[in-house]
Every structure is written in C-alpha cells, then in structure tokens.
Design a protein around this ligand. Structure first.
Ligand SMILES: [Zn+2]
Length: 398
C-alpha cells in the first residue's frame, strides 16, 4: 500500500530534478537549512493544523484527484505517507518550520561546508554519501577508489543541540571505507578542551554510544583545528575563485562562534546562538554587527519574544543569559550591520508552533528597511546567494 501511495504523491508533487554538480561556467553559492530548532528536536504541532495548512496551499482539483485515486485510504494516511517519503525534508510547503536542531549546508562551487551537527545533519549525511556514490567517477568495485567525499565542518559550539544530537548518527563518520573514502576537516572553538576531536569524543564514546570515536573514525581522514576569535580559512573552488571564511566570537554561554562566508562577491552569515550584549537590551553586540556587516544573507538566532527574554510574560521566567535573541535585537542588527538582502530567523523554540515563529519573524520585518526580506527559517529552505530573488517569496508579509 505504501508504494502505491508514494507513487500517487510523487505525481501530486513532482520531485525536483537533482541539482547538477558545479559546472565550470556556473558558480554556485547556496545555503540549505537542514535543522533550525533550538535546544532539542521537537514537532510541536498536532496533525490537524498541519493538515489544514497543507490543504490551504494545494489546488482543490489536485486534492480531489488524489482522493479519488486513493479511495478507501484515509486522508491522514495519505498525508503522512507524503511527509515520510524519503530523506528529504518536506517542509517547504509551509507545513511547519521543522523538527531538527541546527545544521546548514553551504556550497561554494565544488566546496561543501557543514555548519554544526545538530540532528538535521543525519539526513544531510545520507544525501552527501548518496551524491558521491552517484558520481560517474565512482568505482563500486574499487574500494572507494576514485571517489572521495570531501567537506568541512564549521562548528559554532559544542552544546548538545549543535553536536551530540546529530554527530553520532552522521553517515560520513561511519560509512565503510570499502564503499567510500571521506576527507573531513573540522573547525571549532573549544579552547578549554582538547579541540573538536575532544568535543566529538564526548558525543561518540562508550558508554554513551556503542563505539568510541577512535573505532568510528579509525580509517577516516579527519583533521581538526581549534579556532579563536577572528580565525580565518581561505579556500579556493575548482576554478580558483577565493572563498574567505571568518569566525567571530559571540555572546553565548560557553565559547561560541558565528561564521561569515564570502564568495563570488557575496556574503553569507550564520550568527550561531547569541543574545544581545549585556546592557543593550534593544541593541546589538558589536561583534555580531561586525560578523554581519553588509552581508547579503544572514541567518540568526531569534528564539524568544522580547517579553519572554525579559521574563514579563505570565510565567515570569526570564531567559536572560540563556544565550538567545529576540526580534527587536535582530531588527537592530539588520539596521546597524546594513544587512542587504535576506534575513532568516532560526533556533526556533522547541515548543513554538508555526504561527508563533512567523509572528517573531514579522516583528523583525516591521522594523527593518523594506529592501530586506525576512524569512522565518524552515527545514528545506534553500538560499541562493547569487540569485536572491528566487527565495523572496518565502518572506513574511507585514
Ligand atoms: Zn543551540
């Protein structure tokens, strides 16, 4: 029955053509969100409101066709079949804003960067492995020879939701070398510790995990580097175009970095977890402003409302010093840093439903120049830095 349902839903929602690998004449600078929940993975919405939202965005004739084709099958089952079909997130129809914690895939030409290993990285890991195995150069009988999956992990910090929830299940750490070689660079700041490898050992270690980090990565080529404020990586794509990546320390409990990626004259920033600088409740941390200066696209923490942050809601619980931000501070950031094109809210509170997440984004949008589009981030959102108009339609309306 499931196969039948899947074939129907594929007709209903034609699968996108797979993106072509970087063409020599067509540079690529994209970012895709694989996880945007903060603190822990959660799916707060019940089935019914999600289903009602789905019905709103679909053509009634298509719905009727599917009803008739699936006579006898409850709509709820059809809907869940659609949601659960494959590893790709299916939240691009505004169904909800996603369930997984932080992970963002950035592509600069042929170079792949993975920001954080929250639970969203599990699906990304499968995609990276599948994409590499599908390449023509791959030799299935050659022990992975001729095909090496290369990418770089840019860690913001080592809190559970950014590392331990995803890293132990991230396929490239585990894929057998007979199947695929992997070369992984990891950058992160944990100067009180022994480096990113030490941080990973806390996520992948007996008795918290069946294997130790040494067993898991025995034959992998993994290099780790502990970074400091202002740390810079200079890479080149296959055409020799420069990729400049900078880490800037942020205001968050324990050492945390935001990442700025500059490529092909455009700038993408992931702010990481952060809250306004102490004493600047409606202002900005100067370091965050520096990180985001004149960026084309910024993705930043907007977990709470200002009232929640202050503790002036009915529950009287202040979120100060928890390390997360709110709309007024983000709007000030956009203005002070002169963000140019798109601002995306992320690190959504695990208990926040879609309407609330959109409301927080709307509060940002109301206080920034109209030239900036504000999007409430969601799993599956793809940002094309070289063609920003493609993602404008996801912006919240004010
Ligand atoms: Zn977090």
């Amino acid at each position: 029955m499931k196969g039948f349902l899947v074939s129907i839903t594929l007709t209903w929602f034609p699968a996108r053509k797979p993106r072509k690998e970087c063409a020599m004449t067509n540079p690529l600078f994209t970012a895709k969100i694989w996880g945007c929940r903060g603190s822990y993975s959660n799916e707060p919405e019940e089935f019914l409101p999600r289903f009602q939202r789905l019905l709103k965005v679909l053509d009634p004739q298509q719905i009727e066709m599917v009803r008739q084709a699936n006579q006898g099958v409850p709509l709820k089952e059809m809907f869940e079949s659609f949601l659960n079909d494959g590893d790709q997130p299916r939240h691009h129809l505004y169904l909800d804003r996603g369930i997984h914690t932080t992970c963002i895939e950035v592509r600069c030409g042929d170079k792949i960067y993975v920001i954080d290993l929250g639970s969203g990285c599990v699906a990304l890991g499968k995609k990276l492995i599948g994409g590499q195995l599908a390449k023509k150069s791959y030799d299935p009988g050659g022990g992975g020879r001729g095909s090496t999956l290369k990418f770089t992990v840019l860690g913001t910090h080592v809190h559970l939701d950014h590392l331990a929830y995803g890293a132990p299940f991230f396929g490239p750490f585990f894929v057998a070398n007979e199947l695929l070689n992997c070369e992984i660079r990891m950058f992160g700041g944990v100067d009180w510790w022994s480096g990113m490898d030490g941080a990973l050992a806390s996520a992948i270690e007996i008795p918290f995990f069946p294997l130790s980090i040494k067993q898991v990565m025995r034959e992998k080529t993994v290099t780790t580097k502990t970074i400091q404020d202002g740390f810079e990586i200079i890479d080149e794509d296959e055409q020799g175009n420069k990729i400049r990546i900078t880490a800037v320390k942020q205001n968050h409990p324990q050492e945390t970095y935001g990442w700025r990626i500059e490529y092909m004259g455009k700038v993408f920033v992931f702010g990481g977890d952060n809250e306004p600088f102490p004493g600047f409740d409606r202002g900005c941390d100067p370091k965050l402003v520096k990180l985001c200066k004149e960026a084309d696209v910024v993705v930043n923490d907007c977990q709470y409302s200002f009232d929640q942050y202050l503790g002036s809601t009915r529950e009287k619980m202040s979120r100060r010093a928890w390390g997360h931000s709110f709309p007024e501070a983000n709007a000030a950031l956009v203005r002070e840093a002169g963000v140019k094109g798109i601002f995306v809210t992320t690190h959504h509170d695990p208990g926040a439903e879609t309407e609330w997440i959109e409301e927080l984004a709307r509060q940002v949008a109301m206080n920034v120049p109209k030239t900036v589009s504000v999007i409430a981030g969601f799993e599956g959102l793809e940002l094309d830095m070289l063609n920003l108009s493609k993602v404008n339609h996801y912006a919240v309306s004010v």
